[in-house]
Design a protein around this ligand. Structure first.
Ligand code: ZN
Length: 344
């Protein structure tokens, strides 16, 4: 049972904080709340106090100095989010309040589940603000509430099935010892994908190869995307490209194999990821609707050499895209053969 705090100033209220720490929220959100609570969010008012020469006005509304509570609650752009959710109507923070005051206030005013959702939304609002400031992808305001709800549901399901996940991780570890390419089941195509980054100009290339259960190449290709990307975004684009190529070649059902573990995990839980990779994964999930994709899976780097070398060919060129039906460029043949030989 929640009890009201004796004062709403709340700073240093470790007991209160401990009960918050025990809530079913992802660690990154708890850390974010901890920063809010302590006034450590790098909002413009804080940066200015630290001596940075900076326009102190809020980057969203350009009207008021950007404090923590302004950026997360009072800003008229953010009011659209909160006004779309009736549950926050009882929250009436005063103008001079800090984020610590608001968090404590919400903790005591809202039901447990609603408070969790409130925290998720705060975090999404902050992520969105950062995307706006640093030029990433912003989500439309009406989507934030839906996004937060599914994020929370998935997190709680994930916690419930933590045991299963742990067992799977153990099995994967055992599988890592096997460094050979693993063929798909008969009748299924295996799509290996990879990305490669040109250290000179920073642009990246992606490669893909679609094979059947005997190791026969059905289709292969590479593409230089002509722009710079983070490793994760490059790997996510490789997956997307593999999906497109398999669909376009009618090579279904298929499994996608990528050696970028973190990216594969994001694709399998894209609702949890409010970042560029999450957006690409979301886009892919739309492509994959009603298509026979049996999964996007992690492959050990050693089992992914054909796609890796195709991607490397791409990254050394610029703005190109090639694909071949039933063959690969001659430089790639040794890697295809090595995979087939390892089968027998
Ligand atoms: Zn504002």
């Amino acid at each position: 049972m929640k009890q009201n705090p004796s004062s709403s100033n709340g700073l240093g209220n470790l007991k209160w904080w401990k009960s918050l720490w025990g809530l079913s929220l992802p660690p990154k959100i708890k850390i974010f709340l901890w920063r809010c609570f302590n006034g450590w969010l790098p909002v413009r008012e804080v940066l200015m106090r630290r001596g940075m020469q900076i326009d102190v006005r809020c980057p969203l509304c350009h009207c008021f100095p950007e404090s923590g509570i302004h950026s997360l609650w009072f800003c008229k752009e953010i009011r659209k989010v909160w006004n779309s959710w009736d549950t926050t109507t009882p929250l009436k923070p005063g103008l001079g309040w800090s984020m610590a005051d608001l968090l404590i206030h919400a903790f005591y005013k809202l039901q447990n589940e609603d408070f969790l959702l409130f925290c998720e939304i705060l975090w999404l609002v902050w992520s969105n603000r950062n995307s706006k400031v640093f030029g990433g992808n912003c989500k439309p305001v009406p989507q934030l509430l839906t996004w937060a709800t599914s994020y929370l549901e998935e997190f709680q399901q994930a916690m419930a099935s933590k045991k299963v996940v742990l067992n799977q991780a153990r099995q994967r570890k055992a599988g890592d010892r096997d460094k050979r390419w693993v063929p798909p089941d008969p009748g299924v195509y295996c799509v290996n994908v990879d990305a490669s980054f040109n250290s000179r100009n920073g642009v990246f290339g992606t490669g893909f190869v679609v094979r059947d259960h005997t190791g026969r190449v059905m289709k292969a290709g590479y593409k230089n995307h002509g722009w710079k990307a983070s490793v994760e975004v490059g790997e996510a684009c490789a997956i997307r490209e593999g999906v497109l190529q398999a669909i376009e070649g009618n090579l279904t059902p298929f499994v996608i194999m990528s050696d970028a573990k973190v990216v594969v995990d994001t694709f399998n839980n894209y609702r949890l990821s409010c970042n560029d990779v999450g957006m690409i994964a979301l886009d892919c999930s739309i492509l994959l609707k009603n298509v026979g994709c049996l999964g996007i899976r992690f492959a050990n780097r050693d089992t992914n050499k054909v796609a890796h070398h195709l991607a490397r060919l791409a990254s050394s060129e610029s703005y190109v895209q090639y694909s071949w039906r039933g063959s690969v460029p001659h430089e790639i043949i040794p890697f295809v053969l090595a995979d087939v030989q390892a089968l027998s």
